[in-house]
Design a protein around this ligand. Structure first.
Ligand code: G16
Length: 500
C-alpha cells in the first residue's frame, strides 16, 4: 500500500470537519455536497474488500428514494448481496477518520480483516441519474486507482443491474453475462417463456403504465422495452424529461401517501406501477370502476407470489418449504392471511433488504418483500437443482409444465440482493429508549380496533418513521398523529409539532 499516495490523493477529497456519518440501512446517505470524501474512501474500502474476498465488489452511487439533493453510496458483496455487517463497521470507521489518520485506519482494517494486500482487486461501479452522481462516481474511481485496483464503470444503471453484474462476474458468467445486453436477454427470455404458459395473451393483461419516478428506471426500461414487447406493452410516465426525481411520484410517494403519482393518467382498471429513484422498488396500483385508488404494495405482492408458487408446487407434487419474510411495516392482515389461510410461515426482521435477505436464505424458497416494494424470491441451490431436474424428468405433461414455470420464475427473479435517540428491539416493533415511549404507544393503540403502531429511526434519512394501522383510514391517520405527538414530546422532537 502506497501510504504517501493515499495521503496525497485523500487531501484532494477532504472530509468536512466535524462531519460524522454512519453506514445506514442502505449505505451512506446525506446531502450530495458532503459526500466527496466518503466516495473516495469507499473506493479504497471496495479494493480491500475485493482483495479479502478475492472477488469482484460493486459500488453503487445513489440515494434511491431520497430527495434529488441527496446522494449516497452502497457496496455490493461478491454474490450480489449487501455488504457484510463487520465491513459496515469498517466503512463507518474509514468514512469518519480524520485526514491524517487515513493511512493508519486503512492498515488497521487490513490487519483486522486479514486482507492480503498482494491480491488483485476488481471493482464495478454504477450510478443513478442524479446530477451529482457522475462526479461522485469519479471520486470512487480515484479511490480505487490509488490502491491500484482494476475497475469497470457501468455508468448509468439501476441498482439491481449493478448487483447482477457483480454476481455474474463472480460466477464466471454462470449466472448470466455481465453486460446490460446479458441482463435484458436473461430476464426477457424467462419472462416471455412464463407469459406464454399463462393466460397473459390478451391485450388488457399485457399493458402496463409505469411511473419511473423521474429516475434511472426510465432509461433502462426504454432499453429493455423491445426485448419484452411481444409479451408486455409499457407506457412510461415521469421519465425524467421534465419532473424532479422522486418528487410527487415514485414508489415511496405512492406507498406513503396512498395515492396516484402526479404526471400519470390513470383510467379505471388500468394496470399501473411505480419504481423508485434507482429502480429497486416496485409497487402496483389501479383505480377501480368508482375511481377509488388501490395499492398493491410489497405485502400483497409477497402474498400473490407465494400463492402462485404454492400452487405450482402442489401441481408438481413436490414438498419444498416456502417461507415469507416481512418487516414491522407489513400490514397485520397480510401476515394473518399468509399464516392462517395460505398456511405459510411468516417471519419478521428489521427494516433493510440485508436483514430480510439473510432470513429468506433459510428456506428452499424464501419470499421476501418490504411493504415499500423491495423484494425478491430466493431459491436454495438444492431447490433450484431439483426443479431444473424435474423439468427434464417428469413425464406427466401438466406436472412438467408446472416445473417449467417454476424454472422460469427462478430465472426471472434477480436473486441478488440488497434518530438515534430512539432504539428498538423485537425486529423494531418495540421501543427501548427513550423510556416511557413504548408505554405511551401501547396506551394509544388500545384506543383503536385492529390497530398496531410502532416507531423507528430511519437508516437513510434524518427522520423518525411512524407506522400505524387501524380498522379505518380515519382511525389509522388519527393513531399515527397521536403517536407522532408522543414521539415529539418524549424523544425531543425539533421544529414544529406534527400537524394533524
Ligand atoms: C432503503 C433500504 C430499504 C429500506 C429503505 C428505508 O431503500 O434498501 O430496505 O426499507 O431504505 O429505510 P429507512 O426506513 O431505514 O430509511 P432505498 O430504496 O432507499 O435504497
Amino acid at each position: 500500500m502506497d501510504l504517501d499516495a493515499i495521503t496525497e490523493y485523500s487531501a484532494l477529497h477532504p472530509k468536512p470537519s466535524g462531519l460524522i456519518l454512519q453506514y445506514g440501512t442502505a449505505g451512506f446517505r446525506t446531502k450530495a455536497e458532503h459526500l466527496d470524501h466518503v466516495m473516495f474512501r469507499m473506493g479504497l474500502l471496495a479494493v480491500l474488500r475485493s482483495k479479502q474476498t478475492k472477488s469482484t465488489i460493486g459500488v453503487m452511487v445513489t440515494a434511491s428514494h431520497n430527495p434529488e439533493e441527496d446522494n449516497g453510496v452502497k457496496l455490493v458483496d461478491p454474490l450480489g448481496e449487501m455488504l457484510a455487517p463487520s465491513w459496515e463497521e469498517h466503512a463507518t470507521c474509514l468514512a469518519n477518520a480524520e485526514e491524517q489518520d487515513m493511512p493508519r485506519v486503512l492498515m488497521d482494517i487490513s490487519v483486522k480483516a486479514a486482507v492480503n494486500l498482494q491480491q488483485d482487486a476488481f471493482i464495478v461501479i454504477g450510478r443513478d441519474t442524479r446530477s451529482t452522481s457522475e462526479k461522485l462516481s469519479q471520486s470512487v474511481i480515484d479511490g480505487v486507482t490509488v490502491l491500484e485496483g482494476q475497475f469497470h464503470d457501468y455508468g448509468l444503471v439501476t441498482t439491481p443491474q449493478l448487483h447482477y453484474m457483480v454476481y455474474c462476474r463472480n460466477t464466471s458468467g454462470q449466472y448470466g453475462e455481465a453486460t446490460l445486453e446479458g441482463y435484458y436477454q436473461k430476464l426477457s427470455k424467462a419472462f416471455m417463456e412464463l407469459t406464454k404458459q399463462t393466460l397473459c395473451s390478451e391485450d388488457e393483461y399485457r399493458s402496463l403504465k409505469v411511473d419511473c419516478a423521474n429516475g434511472i428506471g426510465a432509461l433502462k426500461l426504454k432499453e429493455m422495452e423491445h426485448y419484452v414487447s411481444q409479451g408486455l406493452s409499457v407506457q412510461l410516465f415521469n421519465d425524467g424529461t421534465k419532473g424532479k426525481l422522486n418528487h410527487l411520484c415514485g414508489a415511496d410517494f405512492v406507498k406513503s401517501h396512498q395515492k396516484p403519482p402526479q404526471g400519470m393518467e390513470m383510467k379505471s382498471n388500468e394496470r399501473c406501477c411505480s419504481f423508485d429513484g434507482d429502480a429497486d422498488r416496485i409497487v402496483y396500483h389501479y383505480l377501480d370502476v368508482d375511481g377509488h385508488f388501490h395499492l398493491i404494495d410489497g405485502d400483497k405482492i409477497a402474498t400473490l407470489i407465494s400463492s402462485f408458487l404454492k400452487e405450482l408446487l402442489l401441481e408438481i407434487g413436490e414438498s419444498l418449504n416456502i417461507g415469507v419474510v416481512q418487516t414491522a411495516y407489513a400490514n397485520g392482515s397480510s401476515t394473518r392471511y399468509l399464516e392462517e389461510v395460505m398456511k405459510v410461515p411468516v417471519y419478521c426482521t428489521k427494516t433493510g433488504v440485508k436483514h430480510l435477505h439473510h432470513k429468506a436464505q433459510e428456506f428452499d424458497i424464501g419470499v421476501y418483500f418490504e411493504a415499500n416494494g423491495h423484494g425478491t424470491v430466493l431459491f436454495s441451490k438444492a431447490a433450484e437443482t431439483k426443479i431444473r431436474q424435474l423439468t427434464k424428468e417428469l413425464e406427466d405433461e401438466k406436472r412438467k409444465a408446472a416445473a417449467k414455470m417454476l424454472e422460469n420464475v427462478i430465472d426471472l427473479f434477480n436473486q441478488v440482493a440488497d434518530r438515534q435517540v430512539i432504539s428498538t428491539t423485537d425486529a423494531e416493533r418495540q421501543v427501548v429508549t427513550p423510556p416511557g415511549l413504548q408505554e405511551a404507544i401501547n396506551d394509544l393503540v388500545k384506543k383503536y380496533k385492529l390497530s398496531r403502531a410502532f416507531v423507528r429511526p430511519s437508516g437513510t434519512e434524518d427522520v423518525v418513521r411512524v407506522y400505524a394501522e387501524a380498522d379505518s383510514q380515519e382511525n389509522a391517520d388519527s393513531l399515527a398523529h397521536a403517536v407522532s405527538l408522543a414521539v415529539f414530546q418524549l424523544a425531543g422532537g425539533v421544529g414544529e409539532t406534527p400537524p394533524g
